[in-house]
Design a protein around this ligand. Structure first.
Ligand code: BES
Ligand code: MN
Ligand code: MN
Length: 455
């Protein structure tokens, strides 16, 4: 066992205590009532980075602050690794569905239950501890390291692109390393070859000047809720394909190697059905579940609002209706183009007497990796050393909006290795992170620097 790994194992109890302190801070970026907590989480991350031996600073943005930590002891000729993560979390509601409170971490059955345990505080923390273990035992790292921790990922990173551009020099790096995703299965680590992008909108339908008596007016006055339902229905055809003209024009078919790789993965349809509580029958026909999730775009209603939804019946023809609709995108689709196509689609299908308008929520471009090279090899070996099996290459249906932007602005490649397990309840009640992945995750990231030094 290397000295940094020995250190990490010896200090494990303290690491858990510190993680507990981090998870107790309700750093919900979406809610202004938690602004004080997000600021506190940023200061907590800064203190941790400083404690690990980095020069660290909390830097303001028009939204939640960014924390930057730097260790440049490897010298100007050595490569630089930028570690990105986010200290903000999703709102925990509905609270009554949590078995234990979201901001009071508990271990049950080898799992750390808390909001942010997997997404992404727990995983960001792994990186800080790996850096600490190296610096505490050897006083040095084989590469320069910059840590970039943001507090707005869960609200679409609205201020991070300008921030990265402004601090381009300081953040300059050869590679970006991110742990904000999942392993393929317990005991089977993975490296990502892709992330889907996102284009997220509110569709507003408006009809009569106010709510009306549904008997006195129904049948003559167009109903925005009926109209919105038709519009939502028009987004897909019977085969599950998205029925917006031009939507697939920019979709690229993945390489044969990628497709063969996906086919070779041990996908367990029964375990998947148990995880989600229903069969994976959504999406386009003619593709496997993993192909749909990783290589095909999708369109989902995320929320619906209209009319009377309280107890009992109220006969009302609503004045308006609203749907939150998200599109997951694959290369080379862009959120901007999807917005234009959706606007054209709405203009085509909107019935007379109901007005439709779009509000843009967040967006992010899809990311495609170059899964090769020394960093990639080093990460494979590091994962194999701690988990005992070589990682598989996987895609990811979710989005991390800054990845493509970081690569473009900094001219770097990214390595995405996540330690959550399938079914970790990210964004849902009872989010958890396996203690085994927490412990092996720290070991892996410690090995990663050794493997980088060796290569
Ligand atoms: N960590 C997730 C992305 C993710 C989810 C990766 C599941 C791998 C598996 C990230 O925090 C996230 O939730 N992203 C949002 C982006 C949005 C808020 C702009 C998403 O994908 O919905
Ligand atoms: Mn995340
Ligand atoms: Mn998230």
């Amino acid at each position: 066992m290397s000295r940094p790994v020995e250190f990490a194992h010896r200090e494990r109890a303290r690491f858990y205590e510190e993680l507990w302190a981090f998870l107790r801070i309700p750093s919900v970026s979406a809610k202004s009532e938690h602004d004080g907590d997000t600021a506190r989480a940023a200061r907590w991350v800064r203190r941790q980075l400083a404690g690990a031996g980095l020069d660290a600073e909390v830097l303001p943005t028009p939204g939640h602050p960014v924390v930057v930590g730097e260790w440049r002891g490897a010298g100007p000729d050595a490569p630089t690794v930028l570690v990105y993560g986010h200290y903000d979390v999703q709102p925990p509601e509905p609270l009554e569905l949590w078995d234990t409170p979201p901001f009071e971490p508990r271990i049950r059955d080898g799992r750390i239950y808390a909001r942010g345990s997997a997404d992404d505080k727990g995983q960001l923390f792994l990186h800080i501890k790996a850096l600490e273990a190296h610096l505490a035992t050897r006083g040095r790292l084989p590469v320069n390291v910059v840590v970039l921790a943001e507090g707005e990922e869960e609200v679409g990173s609205p201020n991070l692109v300008p921030f990265v551009k402004e601090h381009r020099e300081r953040l300059a790096a050869d590679t970006v390393v991110i742990s904000d995703s999942a392993m393929f299965a317990p005991g089977l680590p993975s490296l990502l070859f892709s992330l889907r992008g996102l284009a997220y909108f509110e569709i507003h339908a408006s009809g009569p000047r106010s709510d009306l008596h549904s008997g006195a007016y129904g049948g003559a006055v167009p109903n925005p809720a009926n109209a919105l339902a038709r519009v939502i229905g028009s987004l897909h055809d019977e085969t599950g394909r998205i029925a917006i003209a031009g939507f697939y024009d920019d979709v690229v078919t993945p390489s044969r190697e990628t497709l063969a790789g996906i086919r070779g993965l041990p996908f367990d349809a029964e375990a998947y059905a148990r995880e989600v509580g229903t069969v994976p029958a959504g999406g386009e026909s003619g593709y496997s579940a993993l192909e749909r999730l990783w290589t095909r775009p999708s369109c989902d209603v995320n929320g619906l609002l209209s009319g009377y939804t309280g107890e009992g019946a109220k006969t009302v023809l609503p004045a308006g209706a609203m749907a939150k609709v998200s599109f997951r995108l694959v290369p080379n689709q862009s959120p901007e183009r999807v917005k234009i196509l959706l606007e054209e689609h709405l203009a085509k299908v909107a019935p007379a007497g109901v007005g439709f308008s779009l509000v843009e929520l967040h967006g992010g471009r899809p990311w495609l990796a170059t899964p090769e090279g020394p960093l990639f090899e080093a990460a494979s070996r590091a994962l194999e050393r701690s988990f005992g099996s070589r990682p598989v290459l996987t895609g990811e249906g979710g989005t991390i909006p800054i990845v493509v932007e970081l690569e473009e602005i900094l001219g770097a490649n990214s390595l995405l290795l996540g330690f959550a397990l399938p079914g970790a309840n990210m964004h849902a009640p009872n989010e958890w992170f396996a203690t085994e992945c927490f412990e092996k995750g720290i070991d892996t990231l410690i090995h990663l620097y050794d493997e980088l030094a060796a290569s």
